[in-house]
Write a new protein. Sequence first.
Length: 113
Amino acid sequence: MMNLKRLFQNNYQEGNKLLTDKDMSDIERLITLLKQVVNYLINDGSEEVFYSSIEKSLNILINKEKSGFHNVSSYIMSDFRMMGDRGQYGGEIDAITNEICRILKSNALFNKF
């Protein structure tokens, strides 16, 4: 009986596909890392408009919106490109953004195809 309870607590149904433990772990890690990016941008003096796509991604991840998972990568990369254009890179933020990119590339949940 415990296995059924765990299944419903840790997995989210998306059509016929359930989120795996790895998916859930990646989602939680992305939430943590994206919040760090937002804090970095706020501390750097950026207004919310400069990280609105990251905020949109956070909402999708936090609410586990099944129809939005495939957009998360493009939203995040859009804001990362803008960060690069504004010169907001180097040091600790690079390690965070690199890990975010690694997670996005390694998990098919965030790919459109």
